[in-house]
Design a protein around this ligand. Sequence first.
Ligand code: SAH
Length: 323
Amino acid sequence: VSTDITRRVAVLGGDARAAAEASRWLDQGVDVTVVAAEVTAAIQDLADRGLLVWVRAEVADGPDRQDDPSPAGRSEGSVTLVGGGPGDPGLLTVAGREALESADVVITDRLAPLTSLATLRPEVRIIDVSKIPGGRSTPQEEIDCLLVEHALAGRSVVRLKGGDPFVFGRGGEEVAACEAAGVPVTVIPGVTSAVAAAAAAGIPVTHRGVTQGFTVISGHVPPDHPDSTLDFAALARSGTTLVVLMGVRTLGAICAALVDAGLDANTPAAVVADATRPSQQVVRGTVSTIDQDARDVRPPAVAVIGDVAGPSLRSRSSLGTDR
Ligand code: SAH
């Protein structure tokens, strides 16, 4: 890595360690160029989103592919699913950090806090299994196999995920795969973007006198899609804050379905992208305008629909006078 006074660095190599290094610099607001013939899916994703520049070139002493590490004196391997939080390395839990520090193998994702991998011992093997929407991805069965195989070889495996492993994180499937193979598995919860993205924009998902709950839904398919199992009429009536994950593409259809089902068209809404990262972006509007207002926003983003997303929350007072 070389720096100059313009706060620009070049990271040489495109493997998972280079991704961690690049992420560490990005966290510090430094412009990053990755120079490598090939890159991991996580680096590709950062480049596709314009957060770093990838220069496709052979580097003389780029990091070599790592060998499988031998287990560190343990007879039985294990898998720990670690919720890494929304991206800011400070929002990884202490327990998650400790699990990473004692891992032989770390299997990571593009939305995980990659910076927290920059300080792992050199012998730790890092495997990037990012799924890029509409792009490169590792099938879930292959991820399940990797977890099980490394654990059965006696290694301590950490599966690092963005947010919380059980909030749209396929954590349940990975736990089931481990249990089916007789591999001991534990889960360390994480700070979910469903709550943290709103918080990073100053929006509390609940607020006394405004709303008594919040509902988290996946927007990966639009309301009229055969795979959608959500009851939009019920959601529109729920009186809770609605938090939509994976909904950048479908936000217009979701908002329209809510208004059609009777939600007040002037209900405040906000979109928070890249929450807790230096590239965080917040757009505010109403349930009728937010899709247009946020048309230039790219995933990952969370939409928050409800009075808590409005500008006048503080004047609404939490003193309980407002019913
Ligand atoms: N398990 C994760 C969610 C995985 S689904 C969690 O608990 O946060 C992936 C979705 O999470 C994205 O499409 C986006 O809606 C949301 N997301 C994750 N990280 C985010 C971030 N830093 N900023 C905004 N949205 C984020």
